[in-house]
Design a protein around this ligand. Structure first.
Ligand code: SF4
Length: 578
């Protein structure tokens, strides 16, 4: 350091240099200038990482020290975490080019999903905590979709919104405009914690034990702003269920926090707690399992944070197929896993015997559509039918207007790929329903249509073996005119094993499959057919009954399956799963 500097200047420079060193170290980079002295030609040892990325970098180093190869995505994340790629994304947008190689993963940290070759465009996925947004946000989304994307949006199975067909040059403009609306896409893709879901009727539900909104919101802001939460080996899902009338499907999440009432006389304070369930991933045929742990409501974020940190330490970073919490739990066992969580927390978790938990009221099967009374006297939510989650921009603006003029100004998305307009006065319900009908939107549907869930499918996803949304519509259209189903029935269509529409939990689940039609290797769209899935108290993984059925044969097959069930069931309320 030059002797001409004053003491203050030297101190400043000293801090500056050590700051750069710490930053390089935290990213797994060698010191400036590389190794020196007699060992200069030897490989530079990886410096001990520091800072918020340290835990994930240590986990990667352990994989290599064990002689295993890091998954390509892990290597890419160590070289540059997607969060730090924003300036290069801006440059790419100016040049009108899509990402290549590892940058496809990195851009997803900002919610830009390049979906080529299926569509040479971006899909943009938002974060909408607890699935709740305002009328002006939905109207603003319509403006953005019209200006920069296909003129429509999809409601996803994580109570979220996606827009598609965004050109390379428009990706940044979309992100900036969304921030202007008070929305964000940060961390919505790649190996991050996904949109936080909660009970969609939180705060208005007559049977809820708690309002999930403050807990979902606290977790949302925590994961957005705590850099260590971006160091996961794979994606991660967290849900809060308040025991309301619409199922939040919390047991399909890595962490399911389920409001329960603890009764007196079991050595823990009676009242409402979260019951902790872990390891749900229905695409791998597992629901979240009860841990026996109960969490004080105000500690939800702290406990979830500790769980994620154990996952960061322990998750598989060499095999992407095994890099989910379920596999950590399978390997360690629940007791050892929870002991590590307690070590992170620096305090024991609270256990409660199953007998201490009061029976919970069931969610309804069709409470997400139609008019339902809120706990506030004289007010209602209206659940509207959005076939396979799609609405065009005119419908988005119209729904927003109805929410503003006749509701409380909010909209609530559900994991059933539809949305609710809450806060509608009794006297305004007929007008709101008529206004929705004028938009071509209904509030009632056949049992088949009401329980239809479909992933993006081959019209927008390169993994799909079939156009799930189109085929779902075809099934509903065929069945609606031919068979009357008098009970709720859920039909879930997923295009591939990633299971975005959770085919394993449907009464009927369809998993996309290519069906061979010639000896020359020609194939057509089709499905493997499963039956007997369920969720909540009826949680069950569906089992395959038909393999490789052509998509064109699915509508009559589903009709026949429903017909056999109706004919043979022992009573009118025997569910399909039974
Ligand atoms: Fe794509 Fe597969 Fe997810 Fe469907 S389930 S959206 S095909 S990744």
């Amino acid at each position: 350091m030059s002797a001409d500097f004053t003491v203050e200047q030297k101190n400043y420079l000293g801090g500056f240099v050590s700051g750069i060193a710490a930053l390089r170290s935290s990213r797994g980079l060698p010191p400036i200038g590389g190794a020196k002295g007699p060992h200069a030609t030897s490989p530079t040892p990886m410096p001990e990482p520091a800072g918020p990325d340290a835990a994930s970098h240590r986990a990667m180093a352990r994989v290599e020290a064990a002689g295993k190869k890091l998954a390509d995505a892990e290597r890419a994340k160590r070289e540059e975490l997607g969060l730090d790629s924003y300036p290069r994304m801006v440059k790419a947008a100016r040049e009108g080019v899509f990402p290549k190689g590892d940058d496809v993963l990195r851009w997803r940290y900002h919610g830009l999903f390049f979906v080529g070759p299926t569509q040479q465009s971006y899909m943009v996925r938002l974060r909408i905590p607890n699935g709740i947004l305002t009328h002006w946000q939905l109207a603003g989304m319509a403006d953005i979709a019209e200006a920069h994307a296909g003129p429509y949006a999809h409601v996803t199975t994580r109570a979220n919104l996606q827009i598609r067909e965004v050109p390379a040059s428009d990706g940044i403009a979309v992100l900036e405009k969304l921030v202007g609306l008070g929305l964000t896409c940060k961390g919505t893709g790649a190996d991050n914690i996904r949109n936080v879901t909660g009970t969609p009727t939180a705060g208005i539900d007559p049977q809820e034990l708690i309002d999930t909104r403050p807990y979902a919101l606290e977790w949302h802001h925590h994961i957005l702003n705590e850099r260590a939460m971006y160091g996961l080996p794979r994606k991660f899902n967290v849900a809060f269920d308040g025991a309301g009338l619409i199922a939040a499907l919390e047991d399909t999440n890595d962490i399911g926090l389920q409001a329960v009432e603890v009764t007196e006389g079991h050595g823990v304070a009676p009242g409402v707690w979260f019951r902790l369930a872990l390891g749900g991933i229905t695409g791998h045929k597992d629901f979240a399992r009860d841990t026996g742990v109960i969490v004080p409501l105000q500690d939800a974020t702290r406990v979830a944070d500790a769980i994620v940190r154990v996952f960061i330490d322990r998750g598989d970073r060499s095999n992407r197929n095994k890099a989910r919490l379920k596999y950590v739990l399978d390997e360690l066992g629940f007791d050892a896993f929870l002991a590590e969580v307690e070590a992170k927390l620096g305090a024991p978790l609270t256990r409660a015997p199953a007998g201490a938990i009061a029976a919970r009221p069931d969610a309804g099967r069709q409470t997400h559509i139609g008019v339902h009374r809120q706990k506030q006297a004289g007010l209602n939510w209206i659940g509207i039918v959005l076939p396979v989650g799609r609405m065009n921009v005119d419908q988005m603006r119209g729904i927003a207007r109805i929410a503003r003029d006749l509701g409380d100004g909010e909209l609530r998305l559900t994991v059933w790929q539809n949305l609710l307009i809450p806060g509608v006065k009794d006297m305004d319900v007929p007008l709101a329903v008529a206004a929705l009908e004028a938009l071509g939107i209904g509030i009632s549907a056949s049992a088949v249509r009401a329980g239809l869930v479909a992933c993006t499918g081959s019209e927008g996803c390169k993994f799909a073996a079939a156009p799930t949304k189109r085929n779902a519509e075809e099934i509903a259209a065929w069945c609606d005119g031919r068979i009357r189903v008098d009970q709720p029935v859920n039909i879930h269509l997923t295009g591939c094993h990633h299971s975005c529409a959770q085919h394993y939990i449907g009464d009927i689940g369809l998993l996309g499959a290519r069906v061979s039609v010639s000896d020359e290797g020609d194939t057509v769209d089709g499905y493997n057919v499963l039956v007997g899935g369920g969720f909540g108290p009826d949680a069950a993984i569906g089992r395959e009954v038909f393999a490789k059925v052509k998509a064109e044969d699915m509508p009559p097959l589903i009709e026949r399956m429903l017909g056999v069930w109706i004919e043979r069931r022992a009573s009118a309320d025997e569910s399909f799963a039974q």
